[in-house]
Design a protein around this ligand. Structure first.
Ligand code: GRG
Length: 316
C-alpha cells in the first residue's frame, strides 16, 4: 500500500493517531506525515563532512528514497511507550543510516553484486567500490554519533541501552552474522531453519532494534519490551517472506532493485521451499502473531498494528 501523495502530515509526533473517514486508523496519512518528517531529519543529519566526495556518496544513498520503515517503526514504538516521537528522531535517523550502509555494502561486487537500488545506480556504480565501502563505513559510525551526541533530552542510560541494541543489530549477532550465513548458503539448498536464521539476523535484527530503541528512549518497561520483541520477530520474518515473493512477482521498475535475482542466483527462498501460496499464508500467520504480541497495549498500538498489515500488503 502506498501512502496517498496528497496526504497531509498530521499526527505523528502529536501522540494522536489520524482517523480515516470511517473512524479507523488512516495508515496512508500516518506514513505520509512520518516519512516527511524523517526525510527532513535525514536531510539535516549530514553536516559539512569532508572530503566532499565522501559526503556526496553518503548523501546519495541516504537520501535516495526508500520506504523509511525502520525510522517510522522507531517513532511509532516511542509513542506507544508514551514518549514524544521527536525525542527518538536522532535514533530513527541512525537506524536509516545503518540500513543504508547495509544496502551499499550488500550491493558490492563481493556481496550481492547489484547495479540498481532504490531506482538508481548503486553507490559503487556511481562512485567506485572504494568510496562506496567508505561511505558505508562513515554512515555506520555517524549513526552512533547521532545517538550519543545528537539526542538532547534523552537520559544517558537510555542512550546507552540504544547504543547496545544498535551494536547488536549491526554486528555479528545481527546483520553481519546473517549476511555471512547467507553468503555461505549461495549455490546450495538450505532448510527452513537456516533460512529463518538468515532472515532473523540479516533483516529481522534491525527491524527489532527499530522498535526496541524507540521504546527504550521512552523508558518502556520489560513487559512492553517483551511484547515488542514478539512483534518484531513476526514482522521481521513476514517482511522477508514478502521480499522473496516480490522478487518473483514484481518488476525491477516497481521494486527499484533488480527483480528475479533469487532465481538467477538459485537462492533458497520461502517461495522455493513452501510455494507462493503457502508463503503468503505463513506471512499472514506471522503478522497475526506479531499483532498478538501487542494485545495488552491495543488502545495505543494502532500505528504499529497497521504497519504490520502494511508489511504484507506492500508492493515494493
Ligand atoms: C558492515 C556492520 C556491517 C554490516 C553489513 C551487508 C551486510 C552487513 C548485511 C546485509 C543486510 C541486508 C542488505 C539485508 C537485506 C534487508 C532488506 C530486506 C532490505 C530491503 O529493505 P527495504 O525494503 O528497503 O526496507 P528500502 O529501500 O525501502 O529502505
Amino acid at each position: 500500500m502506498q501512502a496517498a501523495e496528497t496526504g497531509v502530515p498530521s499526527s505523528p509526533g502529536t501522540g494522536t493517531a489520524p482517523a480515516a473517514p470511517g473512524g479507523g486508523f488512516d495508515l496512508g496519512t500516518y506514513l505520509n506525515g512520518s516519512r516527511e518528517r524523517v526525510e527532513a531529519a535525514l536531510d539535516a543529519s549530514l553536516g559539512p563532512e569532508r572530503p566532499e566526495g565522501l559526503r556526496e556518496a553518503m548523501r546519495y544513498s541516504l537520501l535516495a528514497g526508500g520506504k523509511r520503515l525502520r525510522p517510522i517503526l522507531c517513532l511509532a514504538a516511542c509513542e506507544l511507550a508514551g514518549g514524544e516521537a521527536e525525542l527518538a528522531m536522532p535514533t530513527a535517523v541512525a537506524l536509516e543510516m545503518i540500513h543504508t550502509m547495509s544496502l551499499i555494502h550488500d550491493d558490492l561486487p563481493a556481496m550481492d553484486d547489484d547495479d540498481l537500488r532504490r531506482g538508481q545506480p548503486t553507490n559503487h556504480v556511481k562512485f567506485g567500490e572504494a568510496t562506496a565501502i567508505l561511505a558505508g563505513d562513515a554512515l555506520l559510525t555517524r549513526a552512533f554519533e547521532m545517538v550519543a551526541r545528537r539526542s538532547p533530552g534523552v537520559p544517558p542510560d537510555r542512550l546507552l541501552a540504544v547504543v547496545a541494541e544498535l551494536s547488536l543489530a549491526a554486528g555479528a549477532p545481527g546483520l553481519v552474522g546473517g549476511q555471512v550465513v547467507d553468503l555461505d548458503s549461495e549455490g546450495r539448498s538450505v532448510d527452513l531453519e537456516t533460512l529463518e536464521y538468515i532472515h532473523l539476523h540479516k533483516t529481522g535484527a534491525l527491524l527489532r532494534a527499530s522498535v526496541l530503541c524507540g521504546a527504550l528512549i521512552a523508558g518502556a518497561d520489560q513487559a512492553l519490551l517483551d511484547g515488542l520483541r514478539a512483534y518484531a520477530r513476526g514482522i521481521g520474518l513476514a517482511f522477508q517472506i514478502i521480499d522473496d515473493i516480490l522478487d518473483v512477482t514484481a518488476s525491477s521498475e516497481v521494486l527499484g532493485k533488480t527483480a528475479g535475482k533469487d532465481l538467477v542466483a538459485d537462492k533458497t527462498t520461502y517461495p522455493k521451499l513452501l510455494g507462493l501460496e503457502q508463503s503468503r499464508q505463513r506471512a499472514d500467520q506471522l503478522i497475526d502473531a506479531a499483532k498478538a504480541g501487542l494485545e495488552p497495549w491495543l488502545d495505543r498500538a494502532q500505528p504499529l498494528l497497521a504497519l504490520a498489515d502494511y508489511i504484507t500488503s506492500r508492493d515494493r
